[in-house]
Design a protein around this ligand. Structure first.
Ligand SMILES: [Zn+2]
Ligand SMILES: [Zn+2]
Length: 233
């Protein structure tokens, strides 16, 4: 036990066992059975792809997730938004997401196409309150693992209410017009790469946030847009 652990002992976020923020037995209880749905119609979808009939010109192409958003995963995502957990949890959560992604054949196929990772941004006010953006933390972790660049392609121009507290229709209205293209987007795409984007966020529920963000980037010329979330509701 290090000196810091002595003064600030770590407890499992779920069962309160001393030693780490997620103990091995709670880690083993996480569900990898992702309830994949099409973000447009909310019906089940293989590998999280948008159904061909639901795919529009500016629609997200699909999404991937690491774990199912239930039980212990809910507690994990909750504390990941608060210091001091982030620095200790990020390595474990990135590893978890990475391991889940590389076991997904549909995701592995996409890696050949060369993507840039784009974290879903927080509004400046919330960023100041929190001190960091958990989506950025995940994106940079995955960037190191896959050797894929991270681009801050989007700005959050509207201070939205937390999506989790709203009903589906309210979510769409809440997030509508929330994003704008970052002025650096066009010039920061690596030369020779197609403008393929993988959004990174902590959780997807109805996918309203990703649909809105994909709309902005596809209108700006992105070819394929997918989402990666740590957890899927
Ligand atoms: Zn535990
Ligand atoms: Zn659909």
């Amino acid at each position: 036990m290090g000196l810091l652990d002595f003064f600030f002992p770590k407890y499992c976020v779920s069962c309160k066992a001393l030693g780490s923020y997620l103990c091995p037995s709670c880690f083993a209880k996480l569900s990898y059975d992702i309830p994949y749905t099409c973000f447009v119609c909310q019906r089940p979808s293989l590998d999280g792809q948008t159904h061909p009939g639901c795919q529009g010109r500016y629609t997200i192409d699909g999404s991937f997730s690491g774990i199912a958003y239930k039980g212990i995963a809910k507690k994990l995502i909750y504390v990941f938004k608060y210091k001091p957990y982030v620095s200790d949890l990020q390595t474990a959560l990135v590893e978890l997401l990475y391991e889940s992604l590389i076991q997904n054949e549909a995701f592995i196929k996409l890696l050949d196409q060369q993507f840039a990772l784009v974290p879903i941004p927080l509004h400046a006010t919330r960023f100041r309150q929190r001190g960091y953006n958990q989506s950025e933390v995940l994106a940079h972790g995955l960037s190191k693992k896959f050797g894929i660049p991270v681009i801050a392609a989007l700005l959050r121009t509207k201070a939205t209410k937390p999506q989790a507290k709203l009903k589906k229709k309210e979510r769409i209205a809440n997030i509508s017009g929330a994003f704008a293209l970052s002025p650096s987007f066009a010039i920061s795409l690596p030369a020779g790469r197609q403008a393929n984007i993988m959004f990174v966020d902590d959780i997807a529920t109805t996918g309203a946030t990703m649909l809105e963000a994909a709309n902005v980037l596809k209108r700006a010329g992105a070819k394929k847009v997918w989402g990666i979330t740590l957890a899927k509701d």
